[in-house]
Design a binder for this molecule. Structure first.
Ligand code: CAA
Length: 386
């Protein structure tokens, strides 16, 4: 009777603005079906200059933590590939903004979009050794490729926060991760470079091949088959990506397995279609989307998660739903968050996109959202908590 550890609570946050992909297609002289069908994105989250990975992370975590959690969290991990400092971890600022007990470990983790998966694994190990304590893992990113760039329709912004505990209320994390590391340059961002360098078609190919290799090895080592899974969720740089990797692997499956996994796949991309790429958070946004939008999932169901970070590290592991998991989701809050967003014209998006923080210039800002940058002072960002 091994101790069960996993996700006790989870939520996401996205900034207040978005662009309609039909508007972007028109402005870029592209057929809108390419974005809606070819890429599979309907809306794209856009962040104002007063928000960053710290405010996204604090906003996402604040929705799930109560005072008891804050007294029990020993470990705060922020996974990101859009870091705001080469030295100081964003997790330290997030720890302070959330009011987590002081005797905690706060760190930032990096390996492109994969890092939150490593964060969860570390958090689960910690809680296995200290079952009375908890760990907070947040995936927070601002995905910007540049105006008129090839990656522009696959941008996004926001965070997913997950509280890891023993006897969790939502799901158990199984100890079956299969990980693959390959030194490739499909997507990277050298220190100091504003936007990533990306070899788009190569990145698609590495993702697809990584899923194939990781799944085959996982299946061999754990004697698993697709029919064991109620659903799969994928890292979702754009919603078509996971499907491109999954479809060829389902060729020899029965119609019922194919139908189940492809139907669940649609549930798992419902939110992602309206948000875009959250980088580290994309897989976990997809997991939330699946849990909150599927009508057929039940306690005991096994879900397979495919995590992919360019560069590249890929991993497949499984989780298992806990009885009553559906009572602890935040579907209404999430739908409201998306519904209340403001649509930007392309001109307004382009203006917002170009605004930058200048740390050498003291400045104050007004942004009324729960967490925001209030001031630039003495070369650092000051945050306001409403
Ligand atoms: N109607 C319907 N579909 C259309 C269409 C139309 N009028 N026009 C084109 N399409 C389809 C194409 O057939 C293609 O579909 P398939 O992939 O199924 O063949 C799809 O739309 C995309 O078309 P292109 O490949 O021509 O698009 P592109 O050259 O503009 O590049 C991209 C797409 C490579 C994803 C680019 O947006 C990009 O570089 N994005 C950033 C990198 C990325 O997201 N990579 C994903 C893997 S890496 C990763 O996962 C890590 C991460 O988060 C970055």
């Amino acid at each position: 009777n091994e101790l069960k550890v996993g996700i006790d609570k989870l939520s996401f946050f996205v900034p207040h603005y978005y662009v309609d992909m039909s508007d972007l297609a028109r402005a870029r002289h592209v057929d809108k079906a390419k974005f809606h069908i070819g890429i599979g994105q309907d809306e794209m989250a856009v962040s104002p200059v007063t928000q960053d990975i710290v405010t996204f992370a604090a906003s996402a975590a604040n929705q799930i933590l109560d005072e008891q959690d804050k007294a029990l969290v020993d470990l705060v991990i922020v996974a990101t590939e859009s870091s705001i400092d080469e030295s100081k971890a964003s997790a330290v600022i997030v720890h302070g903004l959330l009011g987590i007990q002081p005797f905690a470990r706060s760190i930032e983790m990096k390996e492109a979009c994969y890092a939150a998966t490593a964060g969860i694994a570390s958090a689960v190990d910690y809680v296995r050794l200290h079952p009375e304590r908890k760990a907070l893992v947040i995936a927070s990113d601002l995905a910007k490729y540049g105006l008129n760039s090839g990656g522009e329709p696959t941008q996004g912004a926001g965070a997913v926060a997950m509280l890891i505990s023993s006897n969790p209320k939502i799901l158990f994390v199984n100890d079956d991760a299969l990980t693959l590391t390959q030194d490739v340059y499909d997507f990277w961002r050298p220190t100091g470079q504003t936007y990533p360098s990306v070899d788009g078609q190569f990145s698609n190919a590495v993702y697809i091949e990584s899923f194939s290799r990781v799944w085959d090895e996982y299946a061999k080592r754990t004697a698993s088959q697709f029919s064991d899974f109620a659903a799969l969720a994928f890292h979702t740089p754009y919603t078509k990506m996971g499907k491109k990797a999954l479809l060829p692997k389902l060729e020899n499956e029965t119609e019922s397995v194919k139908t189940r996994l492809l139907t669940q796949f649609e549930r798992a991309i419902t939110y992602n279609r309206r948000i875009g790429n959250l980088y580290t958070g994309s897989l976990y946004l997809s997991l939330i989307s699946l849990l909150e939008n599927s009508e057929t999932l039940k306690a005991g169901d096994k879900i397979g998660l495919f995590s992919y970070g360019s560069g590249a590290v890929a991993e497949f592991y499984s989780v298992e739903l806990v009885s009553g998991f559906d009572q602890h989701l935040k579907k209404n809050e999430h739908e409201l968050l998306l519904h209340q967003r403001e649509k930007l014209s392309i001109r307004a998006y382009e203006k917002m996109f170009e605004e930058k923080i200048d740390l050498n210039h003291n400045e104050t800002f007004s942004d009324e959202t729960p967490y925001a940058i209030s001031e630039i002072k003495a070369n650092h960002r000051l945050y306001r908590q409403k």
